[in-house]
Design a protein around this ligand. Structure first.
Ligand SMILES: NC(=O)c1ccc[n+]([C@@H]2O[C@H](COP(=O)([O-])OP(=O)(O)OC[C@H]3O[C@@H](n4cnc5c(N)ncnc54)[C@H](OP(=O)(O)O)[C@@H]3O)[C@@H](O)[C@H]2O)c1
Length: 234
């Protein structure tokens, strides 16, 4: 399988890229700005013939034209995409009095606009069938408890959820499925920076295992869904 995952330099994305690459048949493009850990992982995998191939690429999703750079890189490694995981995320924890227009642009750019541009640019390359998994958040799930300081983050995650529902309908005829996972808290750097001292019930590798299995098979039974992946109700 040919897989592209964004936000793979650390946290949930790193673990997801790792778990996909363990499988020999997989070719994984792992995108982040900082790819130092990914490069180390790729060199370990390159020595193990029973694993797949990992191709790290340093790209800023907030930079104009990023999607062209990714397509150029992708075509050096494969011509068809089976799974795209839009996992990269940006979180600025500030109350409304402190939030700026730049904070708005950053979060909507990384969390909603970049996934849109990536899906749009990859349209000619998606296999039939293929699966796009957008990583949302419980904070952007309708009716969930909302936290002070996360208004724009949550709104941008709400946007990726609705984009998922819309694109699933549009892309159905091309056999491209689109689903969104609204994640609950996972113990990563993002969480630790936003909520110092909070202990999440799920590890990045535990969540990665769920994402990998979901990406491989959920499109056989669902499309256009925003799925809560959390202990909270909702
Ligand atoms: N952890 C949680 O509790 C939780 C809960 C709900 C949803 N989520 C979502 O799950 C996803 C993964 O989160 P995480 O907790 O693993 O966060 P993380 O540790 O902060 O990882 C986020 C990833 O996104 C990448 N990224 C951020 N801005 C980028 C940009 N402009 N261009 C390219 N890459 C960029 C970062 O890499 P670079 O800095 O190297 O670019 C990093 O690899 C995010 O979408 C997050 O919103 C997390």
């Amino acid at each position: 399988m040919n897989i592209i995952i964004t936000g793979a330099g650390r946290g949930i994305g790193f673990e997801t890229a790792h778990q996909f690459t363990i499988v020999k048949e997989n070719n994984v493009i792992a995108l982040s700005r900082n790819i130092s850990e990914l490069n180390k992982l790729a060199s370990q995998f390159s020595k193990n013939k029973s694993c797949g191939k990992l191709f790290p690429v340093s790209i800023d999703l907030n930079k104009k034209g990023f999607e062209k750079a990714l397509i150029t890189f992708m075509l050096e490694h494969f011509k068809k995409v089976d799974i795209l995981i839009n996992n990269a995320g940006s979180l600025v924890n500030k109350r409304i009095e402190k939030l700026t227009a730049n904070d708005f642009d950053l979060m909507f750019s990384v969390n909603a606009k970049a996934p849109f541009l990536l899906i749009q640019s990859l349209l000619p390359y998606f296999g039939q069938p293929s699966h796009i998994v957008n990583i949302g958040s419980m904070s952007g799930f309708q009716g969930s408890s909302k936290f002070p300081g996360l208004s724009l983050y949550s709104a941008s995650k709400g946007a990726i959820g609705i984009l998922t529902e819309c694109l699933a309908g549009e892309l159905k005829s091309k056999k491209i499925s689109v689903n969104c996972l609204a994640l609950g808290s996972v113990q990563t750097q993002m969480l630790a920076e936003a909520f110092p001292g909070y202990n999440a019930p799920v590890t990045p590798s535990g969540m990665a295992e769920f994402i990998v299995n979901f990406a491989l098979s959920a499109h056989q039974v669902m499309n256009g869904k925003i799925v809560p992946v959390a202990f909270s109700t909702p």
